[in-house]
Design a protein around this ligand. Structure first.
Ligand code: PMP
Length: 350
């Protein structure tokens, strides 16, 4: 049987190891809090599971359009922002084309690009593990169809600045799609950071993607959304697997939007915990880059595999990137002391 060779060489996205039931799962940038009060009930009340969900996602798209001040046709939803990223890539790029993004960044990008048939062009992060936006713009060729900017950058943490992003948008030709992946936007506290919401309608080639998985704590229900020009989003919608988002997902997302003040409180708690953890790691001697998402980056370099094992021995699952570093999600309050004990020991051993 013949397979597409580039797909046969691709491995499925993997989540890594799990801790024991008493341990801490800090490997997938999930929200440690359970669903907001009333969200599960609201979701369950709406479910007729013998019927397909609303494929046009009218209720949730209407609500998001209202929230962002855009037309219904300027927002689409998908099975997580993962699905939307892949759909956007499929809409714009294919064999012979190129998709440009910073590296290291979200691990799923290379696979999504390969699925389209296009090739990836990687632009290294700066020494501060930030996006190098001038270099990204300079990497655009006549084969480039998409540039992805991840802010805050998973797994390293920094957000791109609003000024640098606008200069970048002016430098990129208008026929190249720019996807601003803002999966962690709700956790951003840097006042100079880009906020895609403020740029809606400013650029005909800009789409922002966001998700209910992180700040909203609905990772298990798979709901994300994209905001951008209607023609582009219609093309992206056409590439979707029909009915990929469920009524349970729609109802939970809508109920979560109704509970925004409580959500903001939880986000604020995670941000305080994040900043405290980063501050203490820096005090231990680690060069932790700016952390604007719900995670911090520990630069363990060549010791990464052993360092991840040390965390695992302490029943903490983290995400190692061999020879580079470890990404630690901000989880339960009680996890912080345990992380700091392991990181202190690791730093002494260096
Ligand atoms: N973008 C980035 C940068 C991410 O880190 C993630 C999840 N880890 C996603 C998109 C996709 O998240 P989801 O599909 O759950 O919305």
């Amino acid at each position: 049987m013949r397979l597409r060779p580039e797909i046969a060489a691709l491995t499925a996205y993997s989540q890594g190891r799990s801790p024991s039931p008493d341990g801490f799962k800090l490997s997938s940038n999930e929200n440690p809090y359970p669903a907001l009060p009333g969200v599960l009930e609201a979701a369950a009340a709406h479910v007729e599971i013998n019927r397909y969900p609303d494929g046009a996602a009218v209720a949730l798209r209407t609500r998001l359009a209202d929230r962002y001040g855009v037309e219904f046709s300027e927002v689409i939803v998908g099975a997580g922002s993962s699905s939307l990223l892949q759909q956007l890539f499929l809409a714009a790029a294919g064999r012979g084309d190129e998709i440009v993004y910073a590296w290291r960044s979200f691990e799923a990008y290379p696979g999504f690009v390969t699925i389209t048939g296009a090739t990836s062009a990687h632009v290294p992060l700066t020494d501060a593990l930030e996006h190098d936006l001038p270099a990204l713009a300079a990497a655009v060729t006549e084969r480039t169809r998409v540039v992805v900017v991840c802010s805050p950058n998973n797994p390293t943490g920094p957000a791109v600045s609003a000024d640098a992003f606008e200069a970048f948008m002016r430098a990129v030709p208008a026929e190249v799609l720019v996807v601003l992946d803002e999966a962690y936007q709700e956790f951003v506290t840097d006042p100079l950071a880009v906020d895609g919401e403020k740029l809606i309608g400013e650029y005909p080639n800009l789409v922002i993607t966001r998700t209910f998985s992180k700040a909203y704590g609905l990772a298990g229900l798979r709901v994300g959304y994209a905001i951008g020009p209607a023609r582009l989003l219609a093309a992206a919608r056409a590439t979707a697997i029909p009915f990929a988002v469920t009524e349970l997902g729609f109802a939970a997302a809508l109920a979560s939007l109704d509970r925004k003040p409580l959500l903001d409180e939880r986000v604020a708690e995670i941000v305080v915990r994040r900043d405290r953890l980063r501050g203490e790691l820096i005090e231990q001697g680690w060069a932790v880059p700016s952390a604007q998402g719900n995670f911090v980056w520990l630069p363990t370099g060549e010791h990464t595999t052993a360092a991840a094992d040390a965390f695992f021995d302490a029943d903490i699952a983290v995400r190692p990137f061999a020879d580079e570093g470890i990404r630690i999600s901000i989880g339960e309050e009680e996890s912080i002391e345990r992380i700091l004990e392991v990181s202190a020991t690791l730093h002494r051993q260096r």
